[in-house]
Design a protein around this ligand. Sequence first.
Ligand SMILES: NC(=O)c1ccc[n+]([C@@H]2O[C@H](COP(=O)([O-])OP(=O)(O)OC[C@H]3O[C@@H](n4cnc5c(N)ncnc54)[C@H](O)[C@@H]3O)[C@@H](O)[C@H]2O)c1
Length: 446
Amino acid sequence: MNILERKLNSKKAVIGIVGLGYVGLPLAVEFATKGFKTIGIDINKNKVEMLKRGRNYIQDVDDIKLEKVLRNKKLFAYDNFDLIPKCDVIYICVPTPFTDNKEPDISYIMSATEGIAKGLRKNHLVILKSTTFPNTTEGYVQPVLEKSGLKVGKDFYLAFSPERIDPGNKVFTTENTPVVVGGVTKKCADLAALANSKVVSKVVKVSNPKVAEMEKLLENIFRSVNIALVNELALLCDRMGGINIWEVVDAASTKPFGFMPFYPGPGIGGHCILIDPYYLEWQARSYDFVTNFITLAAETNENMPFYVKSMVIREISQLDKSIQKAKILFLGVAFKKDVDDTRHSPAIKIMELLLKDYHLNIFYNDPYISEIVVDNLKLKSTKLSKELLSKCDLVVITTNHSDYNYDFIVKNSKRVIDTRNATKNVKNGRDKIIVLGSGARRGYSV
Ligand SMILES: NC(=O)c1ccc[n+]([C@@H]2O[C@H](COP(=O)([O-])OP(=O)(O)OC[C@H]3O[C@@H](n4cnc5c(N)ncnc54)[C@H](O)[C@@H]3O)[C@@H](O)[C@H]2O)c1
């Protein structure tokens, strides 16, 4: 038995987690809770300081669990890579954003890899978790690690194992969601699978890192394409009038096989579904291959905030006042319900479009987000009250947080645009509500 196997099986292995964000911190807490000494590394000094003071900044991480692993000296946080040699397994969980013109930006992966390479030693296992294009592990990470003079598969081990965490999901967590692993060599895959098996119930091995990298992109592109399909049908329903896409999807969902429901909305956000299709699109171009399907889906989804903007303008242009005087309240600015993440939030995009083009009077409320910046303007979440709702000319539901009382919202609002069908169970005041894709107002255009 290899020394790393022995250490993992006896819980003597030290786990290093580089990047303590939405992916890295839950993983670190999971390993620490299972009894592994875990060293978290993040270049963001604020996050490290917060952890040192026992403060949680990730909604999905349980405060009590975090407090316990810090108190028991199982989890430590650092803002440098000095302790890399002390780790046995090192996970890379850093961001993979795109550039302004939507090309992959793997600079965070590369700088994390450089930090690890300086302390790389024999028997280290490095596992890349950040979503990225195929061949990042072998084509970019491996050469930097091998500059140390150590050889992959012989001296150290390297694998790609994508993350599947779904923030806000109370049913599927790190522990009960299977993970995929692709190792550069068979030994790399076996060791990475063993490490993962200490915190997840099922590990699926694939033949190499490229398969695992592509598999993660397929998962997210699958969602992007299917959301785009219903978004397109939502636009068609509004054009045709009289057909409600939400009812159509619910009816189709009664088929017990061969159909999976996806719902339209004001656009997609977050750090995954919006960005990842562009990673593959960019890579495909270097093979003289145009990913028509994937690109069309991304374009369709990115049009949705523009469409909602046109819905807003149409509604307020019917008021008895100039549109600059109209007061508009946005409910929910997180990119999806019940989370505190505003990355690429469609709500913020819509607000930005309205501020830039029409200088509108905008307010927002979000129980999870106290402050946002829209087009260089700082906005604070306004307390949701009867007075606020009734003073606004239009209320736009952009995120369907579960905490909202939709009966109360509709009752006290003058007019509501609902981009999520959040008001579907509201019985009274339906004549005030315009639901995106419900065919209630014909002929919106993008
Ligand atoms: N958030 C999700 O739901 C989710 C789900 C699946 C996959 N992913 C993927 O996981 C990766 C991480 O996403 P996230 O949401 O956790 O990002 P995040 O921004 O929440 O966290 C990343 C952390 O890495 C730190 N960091 C950046 N560069 C660093 C470096 N060189 N060294 C050390 N720390 C560094 C940042 O300060 C940040 O705290 C991305 O590739 C993302 O696509 C995210």
